[in-house]
Design a protein around this ligand. Structure first.
Ligand code: DGL
Length: 251
C-alpha cells in the first residue's frame, strides 16, 4: 500500500484507557505531533459486541471527529477494533490513513518463540486474521485465551491493578511451564504487563512499538506537542487525565 504522508494530527482511539499507554509511548518517541485521544466509553467493552455494530459505531465516531479536527491518520489503539473494523474503515473513509494494533505473534515468531500464549478479547480471538494465519503454522503452538471482562477490570481497578491481576491469575496459571512467551492481544492488558511477566517467568510482548513505527511513516512532525483527550462519557474524562499523569510520572 502506498504511504500517504499526512499532517501532524493523529487520532488514537480505543474503548477506554487501553490505547492511552500506546499513545503515551508514541508521544515519548515523537513529541512534536498533535495527539487526539478518544475513549469510546459508551461502547466499552468492544470485546463482546457485534462486529456489525462496532464497525458502524467506529465509522460514525471517526467521521464526526474528522469533520472537527481534520486529522490525516487514525491509530486504532485497540486489537478488537482492528480485528473487526479496519478493512471496513479503510474502504469507507479512504482519505484517512488507518494503522491497526495486532497481537504481536509475528514479532514473537521472529524472536524465536514457539509456545505462545495469546491473551485477548473474545472478538479478537474470533476475528483477527493474524491469529488465524499463525494458528495454521505447524512450527508453533498457539494457545488462544479469551479474557472476558478483563478490560473492564483494568478500568475499574486502575488505582490498584493488583486486583485485576488477582482475577486473571487462575486462568494464566494453567499455562505455567508450558509456554515460552505471552502475547498481549488487548491494549488494556499492557497495564498488567509487568505482573504477568513476573508471574509467568517468560517474556510478555505487545505490538505497541510496531504501531508507533508505522505511525511515524504517515505523519509529519511540527515544532510543538498538542494533546487533546476526548470521550463520550464526560464523567470518565478524569480517568484518562489521571492515567496520563501517572504515565508521565513513571517515565
Ligand atoms: N483495548 C481493546 C483491545 O485492544 C478493547 C477492550 C474492550 O473494549 O473489550 O482489544
Amino acid at each position: 500500500m502506498a504511504i500517504k504522508k499526512s499532517n501532524r494530527k493523529v487520532l488514537f482511539l480505543d474503548s477506554g484507557i487501553g490505547g492511552l499507554v500506546q499513545m503515551h509511548q508514541a508521544y515519548q518517541k515523537y513529541p512534536h505531533l498533535e495527539y487526539i485521544y478518544f475513549a469510546d466509553y459508551l461502547s466499552l467493552p468492544y470485546g463482546n459486541k457485534s462486529p456489525v455494530i462496532l464497525r458502524q459505531n467506529l465509522y460514525n465516531i471517526i467521521k464526526t471527529l474528522h469533520a472537527k479536527f481534520n486529522f490525516g491518520t487514525v491509530v486504532l489503539a485497540c486489537n478488537t477494533a482492528t480485528s473487526v473494523a479496519i478493512s471496513y474503515l479503510r474502504e469507507y473513509l479512504p482519505s484517512i490513513n488507518f494503522i491497526g494494533t495486532e497481537p504481536a505473534v509475528n514479532l514473537a515468531y521472529h524472536m524465536g518463540y514457539r509456545q505462545i500464549l495469546v491473551l485477548a478479547t473474545h472478538n479478537t480471538i474470533r476475528y483477527n486474521k493474524t491469529l488465524w494465519r499463525f494458528s495454521l503454522n505447524p512450527e508453533i503452538k498457539l494457545w488462544l485465551q479469551a479474557m472476558p471482562r478483563l478490560a473492564q477490570n483494568v478500568e475499574v481497578n486502575i488505582d490498584d491493578l493488583s486486583v485485576a491481576f488477582t482475577q486473571i491469575r487462575p486462568v494464566i496459571s494453567k499455562y505455567l511451564n508450558k509456554i515460552d512467551c505471552v502475547v498481549l492481544g488487548c491494549t488494556h492488558y499492557t497495564l498488567l504487563k509487568n505482573s504477568i511477566e513476573k508471574f509467568m517467568s517468560v517474556p510478555v510482548l505487545d505490538g505497541n512499538l510496531g504501531v508507533i513505527n508505522r505511525m511515524a511513516n504517515y505523519v509529519t512532525e511540527g515544532k510543538k506537542a498538542k494533546i487533546i483527550f476526548l470521550t463520550n462519557e464526560e464523567k470518565k474524562l478524569n480517568r484518562i487525565q489521571k492515567l496520563w499523569d501517572m504515565l508521565e510520572d513513571w517515565r
